[in-house]
Design a protein around this ligand. Structure first.
Ligand code: ATP
Length: 236
């Protein structure tokens, strides 16, 4: 479970996250949506421990900056940042050792094959295309089998095959009981599997809906998004 309580983050005078609270339950895929500058990446960076913030963030019950939280947590950033001089396979080996995994060779091969990187396993980080870097980032995050995952704009730069594969992975993560938070502008890309949606504007959650809420009310997620984020939109 991922739990955010009263998250507030200021960059100088800019209030990027204003008292945000939400929970992503086990086996749930939550979508963080909102216009440019709404505060989505700031939420993600706070959760992943990259920023200082006010409030509380618990990952599987542990405060987000603890080792216990980091052990069960995977983060796929918006912009992948592989090491220039490590090969694809060495990146995976690095992650396996950092997390003290055992019997991981077969899993590395399976993940790299699944994301069509096995034939690139000897390529250096600096030799990878943007899409290959993104695929590697996904493979590295999945290797330790985390319970809580954050994806920041995961589909950007991926080819159609990788998008399809990643969508299957999301469904498998959900079935495995993971809590997944996906920040995206492309609501149609998560249409098949989202369970909860949080719409952010000006640093605040202005609407939260579960799939059941939307179905019960006969709403459409994209229509709701546009209605809420229109300039005159107000909290619903
Ligand atoms: P986008 O969809 O464009 O990626 P976002 O919803 O992820 O936007 P954030 O990047 O979290 O939004 O930005 C939220 C607010 O914080 C914006 O007003 C932005 O200008 C500001 N901001 C983000 N990073 C910084 C920073 N390092 N220093 C100062 N202000 C920042």
């Amino acid at each position: 479970m991922l739990q955010i309580n009263y998250l507030t983050k200021e960059y100088g005078k800019v209030l990027a996250n204003d008292n945000i609270s939400f929970t992503v339950n086990d086996g749930e895929i939550a979508v963080l949506a909102g216009p440019n500058g709404a505060g989505k990446s700031t939420v993600i960076k706070c959760i992943s421990g990259l920023l200082r913030f006010k409030g509380q963030i618990f990952i599987d019950g542990h405060p987000n900056k603890t080792v216990e939280a980091k052990r069960v947590f995977g983060y796929i950033p918006e912009i992948p940042a592989p090491f220039d001089v490590l090969t694809v396979e060495e990146h995976m080996e690095f992650v396996a050792r950092a997390y003290s995994l055992s019997n991981y060779k077969e899993r590395i091969e399976a993940l790299l094959k699944r994301m069509e990187l096995w034939d690139k396993k000897d390529k250096l980080g600096k030799e990878l295309s943007k899409g290959m870097q993104q695929k590697l980032s996904v493979c590295c995050a999945l290797l330790p089998q985390p319970k809580v995952l954050l994806f920041d704009e995961p589909f950007v730069g991926l080819d159609p095959h990788a998008i399809k594969e990643l969508k299957n992975i999301f469904i498998e993560l959900k079935q495995a009981g993971c809590s997944v938070l996906v920040s995206t502008h492309m609501l149609d890309s998560v249409e098949e599997f989202w369970d909860r949606c949080l719409i952010l504007m000006n640093g605040r959650v202005v609407a939260e809906r579960t799939r059941a809420d939307i179905e019960r009310n006969g709403e459409d997620l994209e229509d709701l998004f546009f209605k809420i984020t229109e300039p005159q939109g107000s909290r619903l």
